[in-house]
Design a protein around this ligand. Structure first.
Ligand code: IMP
Ligand code: MG
Length: 189
């Protein structure tokens, strides 16, 4: 039988450092799912996921939530180029009726907060019964970050203000398949 290649192997030479290991991610997801399940006990939940970055996080999180839930996906492009330079968020996809529903917006990372703010604004226009948000990573921005950054209700990890890839996060469309969250050598001073 052929050996199964490790997800890490092809990119390993380009990786400068592992920021959050796959084990820590999976352990924290158990806790996060517990917090979310407790917050929505007895409620039906509608998860609005911000793709593409939240793809892997969403898949791992919802499978830990043993409750009635619906999944809606929105495609949001946050960076206009293919590198770590922020551009304005562009949302594609139409939200279905959310009136009276308990909505949890799920995104991969909160950096400036403009992506999440734009999505939350769209969701709130639909008159949901409640609207909260969950991010896997929250970047610790030097200077405290912009005042307009939305309040996060559930967060996986606080990380330094660095460009990271893996576990759904990409650089130029690559590295989403890495199981760990890493910094590439090209983004490591
Ligand atoms: P914000 O709008 O500045 O908060 O950026 C959030 C979005 O930008 C996230 O949903 C990601 O898709 C993307 N993003 C922010 N930081 C990173 C990063 O370090 N690596 C990859 N994508 C990132
Ligand atoms: Mg994103």
């Amino acid at each position: 039988m052929e050996p199964t290649p490790s997800a890490k192997a092809p990119a390993a030479p380009e990786v400068a450092a592992v920021i959050v290991s796959r084990r820590r991610i999976q352990r924290r997801l158990d806790e996060l799912a517990g917090e979310i399940a407790a917050a929505y006990a007895g409620c039906e939940l509608t998860v609005v996921a911000v793709l593409d970055g939240a793809l892997i996080f969403l898949a791992d999180l919802v499978r830990r939530l043993e409750m009635d839930l619906r999944i809606i996906t929105l495609s949001v492009r946050s960076y206009s180029g293919n590198g770590p330079r922020p551009g304005g968020p562009v949302i594609s996809g139409v939200l279905p009726r959310l009136e009276g529903r308990h909505v949890l917006v799920v995104d991969d990372v909160l950096d400036t907060g403009s992506t999440l703010s734009a999505v939350l604004e769209q969701v709130r226009l639909c008159n949901p019964a409640s609207c909260r948000c969950c991010v896997l990573l929250r970047k610790h921005r030097r200077g405290g970050g912009p005042a307009c950054a939305p309040k996060v209700d559930f967060a996986g990890f606080e990380i330094e203000d660095r460009f990271v890839v893996g576990y759904g996060l990409d650089f130029d469309g690559k590295y989403r398949n890495l199981s760990d969250i890493v910094v590439l050598k090209r983004h490591w001073e």
